[in-house]
Design a protein around this ligand. Structure first.
Ligand code: SAM
Length: 284
């Protein structure tokens, strides 16, 4: 496919398409950036790619040339004729016109066979965190995620304990993935131009994950620990066995007046594993 900003504007104009800010529609108009995403994703032939928000299909087209299958979720039905025109000869692409956040992704994915599942997308920025949380909470078996996100949000993904950007999302991501920044992207490569710069981030499933006994409990504990960021663990975890938690925190040099933003993934895992199984009363 010959790709150019002019070609994209022509197609959009031909179909009378108007960008919707409320859907986070900023389409990539620089082919070098599309190629960079494709190269960095290192898609293997037997990979199924999940793309959230294909937009006018520029990334989708190139993904379909590398992957076994490309499964897309697009909320804006107005993009259907554009995507049909662009992808009509691509029989390994399926586009579902639904809100990704409320779709049954797990069932849909299970109808595909693949060796590895990658998410590759230029995400709608207004729902970056909910999209990632959905992938995690729905237990979608992703091996790798290569996504374009707003720069500030991407920086938060890599945040470490004790910094202002450290949040429950940082703990979840650190539990599941090795997080790597791949490249900076200027706001000038999008149509329309957003007010922020972007980065491409890679989240690669950890080969060796520290074992959590009860993941649901672990998730709930972390969410509640960060519920009110400025509050102490004692205040946020009132419903939990605080005596037991205090004993664990002591091992790491903390007490109940610590805030969640000071605590590393390993400390959360230790608390969740011991408290969920009542191991603490036999504390070593
Ligand atoms: N992939 C295209 C590109 O890079 O040029 C478009 C990316 S644009 C930043 C985000 C896309 O996500 C838009 O096409 C938008 O309509 C779509 N989108 C927004 N919210 C969505 C949702 N909840 N579910 C699925 N798609 C959504």
């Amino acid at each position: 496919m010959e790709y150019s900003p002019k070609k994209l504007s022509d197609i959009l104009e031909k179909h009378g398409f108007n960008f919707k800010k409320s859907f986070g529609q900023n389409f990539i108009v620089d082919e070098n950036i599309i190629d960079a995403i494709i190269e960095k994703a290192m898609i293997k032939p037997n990979t199924c790619v999940l793309e959230i928000g294909p937009g006018a299909g520029a990334l989708t087209y190139k993904l379909s040339e590398r992957a076994k299958n490309v499964l897309c979720f697009e909320i804006d039905k107005k993009l259907e004729p554009i995507l049909e025109e662009l992808l009509n000869e691509k029989n390994n692409v399926e586009i579902i016109y639904e809100d990704f956040l409320t779709s049954d992704i797990k069932t849909k994915i299970s109808s595909y066979s693949f060796d590895s599942l990658y998410v590759v997308a230029n995400l709608p920025y207004y729902i970056t965190t909910p999209i990632i949380m959905k992938l995690i909470e729905d237990k979608i078996p992703v091996d790798k995620i290569v996504i374009m996100v707003q720069k500030e949000v991407g920086d938060r993904f890599k945040a470490v304990p004790g910094t202002k950007d450290y949040s429950s999302l940082s703990v979840f991501l650190n539990y599941y993935f090795d997080v790597k920044k791949l490249m900076d992207v200027s706001r000038h490569v999008f149509l329309p131009k957003p007010n922020v710069d972007s980065i491409i981030i890679e989240l690669k499933k950890k080969e060796c994950q520290t074992q959590v006994i009860d993941e649901d409990y672990f998730f709930k504990l972390i969410r509640e620990s960060f519920k009110q960021k400025r509050k102490t663990i004692k205040n946020n975890l009132r419903e939990y066995p605080l005596n037991e938690i205090e004993k664990i925190l002591k091992k790491y040099g903390f007490d109940l007046s610590v805030r969640a933003e000071q605590l590393s993934l390993d400390i959360f895992i230790d608390i969740a594993n011991r408290v969920s199984k009542g191991v603490c009363s036999n504390d070593k």
